[in-house]
Design a protein. Sequence first.
Lengths: 140, 494
Amino acid sequence: MKGNLVLRVVSKFLIPLIVLFALYVQFHGDFGPGGGFQAGVIFATAFVLYDLVFGDGSARAVVPPGWLHRLAAVGVLIYGGVGIYSLLAGRPFLDYSALADDPVHGQHLGVLLVELGVGIAVFSVVLLIFYAFSGRSSRR
Amino acid sequence: MTLWDHLPVLVVIIPLMAGPLCVLTEHPRAAWIVALAAAWLSFAAAVVLAAQVSDTGTISYHLGGWEPPWGIEYRIDTLGSYVLLIVTAIPALVLVAAKESVVHEIPESLIARFYGAFMLAFAGLAGIVATGDAFNVFVFLEISSLSSYALISMGRDRRALTASFEYLVMGTIGATFILIGIGFLYMMTGTLNMQDLAERLPAVLETRAVRAGFAFLTVGIGLKLAMFPLHLWLPNAYAYAPSAVTAFLAATATKVAVYALLRFLFDVFGFEFALRDMPLDHILMILGLAGILTASLVAVFQEDIKRMLAYSSVAQIGYMVLGISLASTTGVIAATLHVFNHALMKGVLFLALGAVVYRIGGVTLRDFAGLGRRMPWTMASIVLGGLSLIGVPPTVGFITKWYLLLGTLEQGLWPVAILVLIGSLLALLYVWKLVEAAYFEPVPEGAATVREAPWSMLLPIWLLVGANIYFGMHTEVTVGLATQAANELMGLRP
């Protein structure tokens, strides 16, 4: 799709907005609709779009596939880590109130961290799946 | 809260966190150490938990500090602690043996991720047992299923990929059915907590939505259970998966599905509705018997021993289903005992097959020729595991057959008792084929000399053989726990 000038220009314009929207969905998830899962998928679509428009494998230069499974594991660990922190603080697993002195603040922080873990894991897995499918043609 | 109060959740969390840690190590040996340590920690937690439950009764743990039925509750009763013991013990032992066999069978670059998937499957299975929330059961079921699809696809044979895909399709249908079933129950009661469901369901039992939900749940769990005739995914999946995975899944995955079936039939719906008002008792009895007979018969004619034992697993599941279908305390004792005992026998057999693959390279009947002289210890364990499978005293197999026969005779079902005995005879036939090849046939000409399996494989195999015989002679622990679990299941709605 290298010849499509309009597509390239519009994508270049759109990709930052997609990323920004993903971050909005991510960090606004505890107040309104959204959350880590949706944000992760939206974030990944920005890279998928980049790869589709600017040729096979160009997203790979930005996010190497070797990182992604590590990133997915880190996402799960962030989620579980929050739970284990509250467990070590003498509260039930995933009791966010343990995260701060003020329970309301703690709940807020807990959801934010957990959703961050979800977002990272979902982003990496969605992009991994895309790489797995698109990788076949570029290997020729 | 001290650490001891967190055990219900720790049993699940330790393997769940070990999964991503294994991936992050990216080193075969380091990943193995993390997985092994986590599995044994989880097993230790399950042992302490079982002691706690027998001291103080059912333990309820509120995730995130939210009271049930609003929050997610982990609920460990006698049945749960009993099944947790086996679900955590088997992977702990399998991982000891897995070190050599995984290096042998799986490409080095994938080993760390293999252990990651292994621990996730482990966490999913433990989670199904620990949770008291119907939707949580579905989530953990998907965690364990998705990771076991990945594990099966890592087999050396390329047919592992199609086997894994078949399982993926069937397993997804099963999981979807379970989700639809839970959805119907939620629609009618507005709750997902199992205890709460059990309280609210009687008022709406006569509605079509609940009956449809019941049907969806039963068929969905039946698919996961590999209940005849929904077992078609199982033989290929077990035959082509890596040896360690076969041993792990054969000994735990279907057992956990039996546990889920018991939970939903007896705790959530109550057996009077599930097995008396609905004709499920007759259906389960016919399917159980058909499974025992056909799968045993097919097993007799298998050349690939892994496939033979996979079909034998389908038959053994038939025994458990038959025990449930009796809808009596003795029947449920037989089913819960067989959950435990079958895990012990199949653990021995599939681990020993892993050792044979490791030394000989294959497990067809031809590879077994003269194996009794080439790998005496491994072969002896296969014979003992086989005896347990047939149900010869003093092995655990005898104990379950005994209770199953008692249960059928209690209700005067002579023909069923005779069919169960015929099933045992068929088991004798296929185990005899192995013995004949291993001890009465000469070692093939020009076969390379092989050594006995390494001790890291023999140790877990013989520990399990020991358990097969120990629990066959000292039945107080297992039968005591199973009896108590059965009484709790039957007594919830007297």
